[in-house]
Each structure stands twice: as structure tokens, then as C-alpha cells.
Design a binder for this molecule. Structure first.
Ligand code: ARG
Length: 270
């Protein structure tokens, strides 16, 4: 049974600007955000998955994006070290939860930023790791050694696609959704060589966070506005579900960012 961590959006808001999607003049509609989050939660639970809840904290509006709490590998939670001070205060609350729930907590290598499952995603036995915007390349190599996994660092070249999970979404050990222009040509080649089947999304759907999907076996949940991707997924035997997450896009996040898989992801082979 898939096992995930989410955090209710009680204190969610756009209170600062740390990515191009955020504009403090365009705050999220709180009631609508709560409704969108609840619908996502209900869809996930309806697949049979188990969802744990992290207690929201006043003054930490981005704590809802639990994908950034840590990278999970077996029983280890490799905690984040956020690039921006605005999010650095989240880590003690993340650590508290993982310790209380029996995970072995590790910190990223000293001196390097690392934003958890937002920037590090397993596809098969390889950990694809995005760097430049939020996480550091040299840190990723050390993380590979720390977790004893093969790491493929890929540079994220567009500020709009600042986390790997905004432009790359493993579906299975050999399949991934992606938005190629978010990577440089070297990264594109590396991904093409490493992943057997790649499902490409266009800019319009990438901007609707098509790559930011929650994958639960054959169910793939995304924001609305990703119809072309959903058609491709259906052809490949997946069951795509669209749910409105517009209020969270105002903070630069969507379905996947609002979740953290605590057990082994479908695409990971560890
Ligand atoms: N406002 C948050 C930030 O910029 C959004 C995080 C989205 N999370 C993700 N995994 N892409 O850090």
C-alpha cells in the first residue's frame, strides 16, 4: 500500500517570492486552496494509499510542499537544507516528524543546499538529481555515496522549472514524463540515454505543472490543463486524473510537490 506524507494548507499563502511563480500581490484564495488540497487528499486516499499528516505551522506557508521535506531512501530520510532562508525554518519540524516516525535522519553534506524529493527522483536504480537553482551539483555526488546509489546530476536551466519535479516525473523504472527545454543539451542527452521511454510535454502543459504528478501504480494525478499528457498516459495503460490545483501554482507547486512518498516509489527499484 503506498504511504505518503502531506501537510494541510492551514497557513498556506504567498508571503514571499523565491521563484518566478510567486507574486505577493497575487495571494492564494485560502478557502479555495483548502478545498483543492482536500480534493487531492481524497483522490489519493481513494486509490487505497495511506496518508500521514504533518502538523501545519504558522509562519511557514510552504510547509505544505512536503516533497521538499526530505529524500526518502529505504528507512533513511535525507533532510533538506533549503537554499532560501524563508524555507530553512521548516527543517526542524520535518526532522521532528521523521524522528518521531522511526526514520533514520541524515543531513545533506556540509555546505551544500539540497531540497529533498523536489530535486532528487529515483527512476529504476538511478537517482536523477537536479541542480543549480535549489540544490548543488557537488552535493548530489556526495549524496550518492552516502546512500550508496547511482546519481545522475542534471542542470536545471530555466528559473520557471526550478525543481526537478517541475520538469521530470518517473512513472516506472523505465518510463518518465519530462519537459526537455528545462535541461541543457547535456542533461537532455543523459536523460535520453538513461530512461528507455520518455513522454514529452509541451510548454503550455509544462506551465500547468504536467510533470508534477502523483504516481500511484497506474494512477497519475495532475493539475487540470494537461489533456495532451493525459491522452498519452491513457494510451500507455495509465489512469490519469485531473484535479484543480491553481491556488498552489501561485506558489510554484502542484500535485507532486504537495506529497512525499514514504515507501518506495513505483518508479524506484531500491
Ligand atoms: N514556494 C515553494 C518554493 O519555491 C514551492 C515548492 C514546490 N515544491 C516542489 N517540490 N517543486 O520552494
Amino acid at each position: 500500500m503506498p504511504h505518503l506524507l502531506m501537510c494541510p494548507p492551514r497557513f498556506f499563502a504567498v508571503e514571499y517570492e523565491i521563484n518566478p511563480w510567486m507574486d505577493v500581490a497575487i495571494n492564494a484564495d485560502h478557502a479555495l486552496a483548502a478545498q483543492q488540497w482536500q480534493t487531492l487528499y481524497d483522490l489519493i486516499v481513494a486509490t487505497g494509499a495511506k496518508v500521514e499528516l504533518l502538523e501545519p505551522v504558522a509562519g511557514l506557508p510552504d510547509l505544505v510542499f512536503t516533497a521538499n521535506a526530505a529524500l526518502i531512501c529505504r528507512n533513511t530520510a535525507l533532510l533538506s537544507r533549503f537554499r532560501h532562508p524563508q524555507r530553512q525554518r521548516e527543517t526542524p519540524f520535518d526532522r521532528q516528524w521523521f524522528v518521531a516516525n522511526g526514520f533514520e535522519c541524515l543531513d545533506p553534506p556540509a555546505g551544500f543546499s539540497f531540497e529533498g524529493a523536489g530535486d532528487a527522483l529515483f527512476c529504476g536504480d538511478t537517482l536523477f538529481a537536479g541542480y543549480r537553482q535549489r540544490s548543488d551539483a557537488a552535493g548530489h555526488q556526495k549524496i550518492g555515496a552516502l546512500l550508496d546509489v547511482r546519481v545522475l546530476p542534471v542542470e536545471l536551466v530555466s528559473s520557471s522549472f526550478y525543481h526537478l519535479d517541475t520538469c521530470f516525473c518517473p512513472l516506472s523504472a523505465s518510463e518518465s514524463i519530462w519537459y526537455p527545454p528545462a535541461f541543457d543539451s547535456y542533461g537532455q542527452r543523459a536523460i535520453e540515454l538513461a530512461v528507455e521511454t520518455l513522454i514529452e510535454v509541451d510548454l503550455g502543459e509544462a506551465k500547468h505543472f504536467a510533470c508534477n504528478a502523483v504516481v500511484l501504480d497506474k494512477t497519475v494525478i495532475t493539475n487540470r490543463g494537461c489533456d495532451k499528457l493525459h491522452g498519452q498516459l491513457q494510451q500507455r495503460g495509465y489512469r490519469p486524473i485531473a484535479t484543480p490545483l491553481g491556488e498552489f501554482l501561485k506558489a510554484g507547486g502542484s500535485a507532486k510537490c504537495l506529497t512525499l512518498r514514504l515507501d518506495c516509489e513505483d518508479a524506484a527499484s531500491w
